[in-house]
Design a protein around this ligand. Structure first.
Ligand code: RB5
Length: 151
């Protein structure tokens, strides 16, 4: 069994310039492992606004083009805030593998958001592996996440 996502749908990727290096690392990793993805940009290090890329990925989750995504900006905070405006998105800002495990198990997070200026490539790799290999526990956690969307 692969430690990487094997689902039918592509993984959505998005970053701003501050997350571009880690996104490029993930693109190369997914290419190497044969993992399907859609790269919603940005595509270079020129300064851009993270909501422009967050909303492309958030829309892809809303319209079910993607079931899961990975997003990166400098701190992870800005892109995470913009993503979580989308009703179908549960984006979790993660900085270690335990936070990552818990957000899959308890929050059924569908976007892993990373702080590109804070973490190493190895830390990103470790969190991606945990994110895609932890099942949602359901039960009491399902009723809690059912209450997240605004009316
Ligand atoms: C860009 O300089 C930086 O502000 C952005 O990547 C992010 O950290 C915002 O939350």
């Amino acid at each position: 069994m692969s430690i990487f996502p094997q689902g039918e749908k592509p993984i959505g990727l998005a970053s701003d310039h501050a997350g571009f290096a880690i996104k490029k690392y993930i693109v190369n990793l997914f290419d190497e492992k044969g993992i399907k993805y859609i790269d919603f940009g940005t595509y270079g290090t020129e300064s851009v606004d993270y909501p422009d890329f967050a909303h492309k990925l958030g829309t892809a989750i809303d319209n079910k083009e993607c079931d899961f995504g990975i997003a990166i900006c400098g701190t992870g905070n800005g892109i995470n805030m913009a993503l979580n405006k989308h009703q179908s998105v549960r984006s979790a800002l993660c900085w270690n593998t335990e936070i990552t495990r818990l957000t899959r198990a308890h929050n059924n997070a569908n976007i892993l958001t990373l702080p590109g200026r804070i973490i190493s490539q190895q830390e990103a790799y470790d969190m991606i592996v945990v994110f895609f290999n932890t099942e949602f526990e359901g039960g009491r956690h399902q009723s809690r996440i059912d209450k997240i969307p605004c009316a």
